[in-house]
Design a protein. Structure first.
Length: 100
């Protein structure tokens, strides 16, 4: 009986994680590159509202980048679309691409 309860708990937990991950995926945010700090693995972005991050107003912020290679694909002044997530260490850009 305990084995069944444990398996059911694991399945329920996995389903809850999948659901929260789906909700956490945010729509891309439009922004402009203001500064790149390759040594620190950070980028400064001026962007519009980022409701998925709880930011209702446009602002300029410094973000960490998940993959430092992203910083080599853009330059100051580039318009970008990016996804970001909030973590204990701060906000992190998880995906970024140049806009046309």
């Amino acid at each position: 009986m305990n084995r069944i309860i444990r398996k059911a708990t694991v399945v329920a937990f996995a389903a809850a994680l999948s659901a929260s991950a789906a909700l956490a995926q945010s729509p891309s945010i439009d922004g402009e590159v203001k500064k790149i700090d390759e040594g620190a693995g950070k980028i400064t972005l001026k962007h519009g509202p980022a409701k998925s991050l709880g930011m209702e107003e446009p602002m300029t912020m410094v973000y960490r980048v998940k993959d430092p290679a992203m910083l080599k694909q853009v330059k100051v002044g580039d318009k970008v679309k990016f996804d970001a997530e909030s973590a204990e260490a701060g906000y992190t850009v998880t995906k970024m691409e140049k806009r046309k």
